[in-house]
Design a protein around this ligand. Sequence first.
Ligand code: SF4
Ligand code: SF4
Ligand code: SF4
Length: 296
Amino acid sequence: MALIFDIEKFAVHDGPGIRTVVFLKGCPLHCPWCHNPESHSFEPELLFDATKCVGCRRCSAVCPQACHAFGEDGQHHIDRKRCLHCGRCTEVCPVGALEIVGKPMTVPQVMEEVLADKVFYDHSGGGVTISGGEPLAHFDFTRELLTACKQAGLHTCVETSGYAPWTQIEPLIPLVDLWLWDVKAPPELHEALVGEPYAPIVENLRWLDAAGAPTALRCPLIPGVNDSDEALLAIVNLANSLNHLQQIALEPYHPLGEGKNAKLGKKEFYQAPFPAEETKAHWREFLAQRVQVPVK
Ligand code: SF4
Ligand code: SF4
Ligand code: SF4
């Protein structure tokens, strides 16, 4: 059993072909630009969309924990620390302003959803991608799900930050067809930006490569943060040191997580300038001229 926060069907950016992406909730890193801030906590969470709320107070009437309160100006406040995630308020809200994110699911339950689209995987060269959050932080579940996918003849990808003990990576090697490995920041900035050190992640990647495992690097590029020529050269050097790298995928900054952050009651979200088309073209060209694999 694991907490799943989304199962995305017909995905085309998370590995080859048409895929189903299974998102596991919980991540040891805290990238400030994360698209999925609802994936950070290992617990269920209550989302509240203030733009939908009509102030009817039905949520307040059913909450056993008195989490919902209304100020004199009618403003709706939620004490999330008291919330038991029972879901009662979500059931009575007439406008869908409340939602519990994080659903416990077993491997057979996930497989039932995954197998419903097998015909699309078969025709497109697609399959299943396990993402997050951090799949390796749910090692037992991830291994069990990958095993079930392989038994069903499905192509598998794992999208990971790589921040996990090697003992939770090595056993998965025979079960993963392609590792989608994040490269978030150069060594000197990594810990300050995302909260954990660079060295163990790169060490894991080198061991994975030495074991012959196919990888694709995924590089979030944040203008003014990790897109200097020095930072891009660090990606080049890493890429050129790997024997089984198949591709580099650039992920230009986008504030997709901002709205979700607000729904979680988190005030701050990382703000960076939108990368211009010329900037994105420069990143792509810079890398493509220096590495031996396709840059997308
Ligand atoms: S999920 Fe349950 S405990 Fe949490 S705010 Fe809603 S009713 Fe209250
Ligand atoms: S039930 Fe929904 S619309 Fe009514 S006050 Fe609560 S959140 Fe707002
Ligand atoms: S590793 Fe991925 S899921 Fe975790 S915080 Fe960073 S971007 Fe978000």
